[in-house]
Design a protein around this ligand. Structure first.
Ligand code: FES
Length: 115
């Protein structure tokens, strides 16, 4: 089945090898990310902007000041994520299109490919 995707959110919340955050804040942040996506109906394939995908990943190779949240296609990395920050990021960045500058720790915009 084909469907449009607006954003993909990757959260390093409960890493096995390294530890960028405590398990408590990681688990709570992941739980709130799932809750916010459901609350805003962002997995609805009929959403005009496309669905919002979420993945809990093992490590994003930052490994401190986590949890780390990477948002594609914007290439914006947030550090020090909390359940409360997740709620603001979903509202302001994902829904409103305005990244929250104060929490951004890295930018890796995608390269344009030329034929
Ligand atoms: S353990 Fe979270 S970025 Fe590496």
């Amino acid at each position: 089945m084909n469907f449009k995707v607006s954003h993909h959110l990757l959260l390093c919340a409960t890493a096995n090898k390294a530890a960028c955050c405590s398990a408590d804040v990681g688990n709570a942040s992941w739980a709130n990310l799932k809750k916010q996506i459901k609350h805003h109906d962002l997995e609805n394939i009929d959403r005009p902007e496309g669905v919002v995908l979420r993945s809990k990943v093992d490590c994003l190779r930052i490994c401190n000041d986590g949890p780390i949240l990477l948002i594609w296609p914007d290439g914006i990395w947030y550090g020090g994520v909390t359940p409360e920050r997740i709620e603001s990021i979903v509202k302001e960045h994902v829904l409103g299109g305005q990244p929250i500058e104060a929490w951004i720790i890295r930018r890796t915009p995608q390269q344009q490919r030329h034929p």
